[in-house]
Design a protein around this ligand. Structure first.
Ligand SMILES: [Zn+2]
Ligand SMILES: [Zn+2]
Length: 134
């Protein structure tokens, strides 16, 4: 029978499991007061890597917001009326600056890619853009 082979396999399995050793390469986490080891080539430990990334993401978003507000204000100074409404003969004050080519597909903040829209035109357009493309 195969009983002897089964025992050998089980012994081998046990031996392999014993060789797995958690290693902690790299230096200490650079998060203030954290004694944990940083990941290989990372500045932070497992926990703080996420927190640091979240913090950095927020900072970047704040910087983007400030820059964007300035750009949008300049566009609205230049074109105070909704471009869609104006085309239809209505003078509606623009409240939003819209990306003609959406940023999600590579549109930029360049003036040529920006147009002022009123709230309702902007909302209509945003909804339309979110529909799946065929
Ligand atoms: Zn840490
Ligand atoms: Zn409009």
């Amino acid at each position: 029978m195969l009983a002897a082979d089964g025992c050998t396999a089980a012994r081998n399995r046990r031996r392999r499991m014993g060789t797995v050793m958690p290693t902690a390469p790299g230096r200490t986490c650079s998060w203030p007061g954290c004694p944990r080891r940083a990941y290989d080539r990372e500045r932070h430990c497992e926990v703080h890597r996420m927190q640091y990334a979240a913090l950095k993401g927020k900072t970047a978003a704040r910087g983007y917001d400030a820059a964007w507000r300035e750009i949008a204000a300049a566009v609205l100074r230049e074109e105070p009326f909704c471009r869609f409404c104006l085309a239809a003969g209505r003078f509606t004050g623009a409240e939003h600056v819209d990306h003609i080519r959406p940023r999600s597909i590579g549109g930029t903040n360049e003036r040529i890619n920006l147009r002022p829209l009123c709230a309702s035109c902007h909302n209509g357009r945003t909804r339309r853009d979110q529909l799946p493309r065929r």
